[in-house]
Design a protein. Structure first.
Length: 136
């Protein structure tokens, strides 16, 4: 989802007008409209102001979908999927929550060294395989 769509989604979910968001963020309503239409992209400074005004994490507004996943994320997802394990099953095997597994697979959290060792044992591969090997 593009950043402009995310701004609009959060603004509308809070029943805010562009004018209200503009006042709270210190930006003009026309600039916000340009962001929402995708005519222009906000600067980091503007995104900080918008995330504060929308009471949403800054990470929500950034377009992380365009960033490549780190190798460990792809590898954990591949190894889990190839075994047809659920997030819950893998979480139980390595003693973490399904949410943590999801964060690893999406690259939003980096597994600790001990977690990498646990994953390697569960998947019967070396820790280096999880960290560096590109499976795809």
């Amino acid at each position: 989802m593009m950043v402009g769509n995310k701004i609009k989604l959060k603004r509308e979910s809070r029943n805010m007008s562009r004018k209200e968001l503009a006042k709270m963020s210190g930006l003009s309503s026309e600039v916000i409209a340009q962001y929402e239409r995708g005519d222009t992209s906000p600067s980091v400074k503007s995104m900080v102001a918008l995330s504060s005004a929308l009471s949403t994490p800054l990470s929500f507004l950034f377009d992380f979908e365009k960033l490549p996943l780190p190798p460990y994320a792809k590898n954990i997802l591949f190894l889990r999927s190839s075994r047809r394990w659920t997030l819950s099953r893998l979480g139980a095997e390595v003693f973490v929550s399904p949410e943590t597994i999801h964060k690893w697979e999406t690259g939003t959290t980096i597994p600790s060294a001990q977690d990498i060792i646990n994953l390697a044992k569960v998947f019967a591969v070396s820790p280096i395989y999880i960290l560096e090997n590109t499976i795809f």
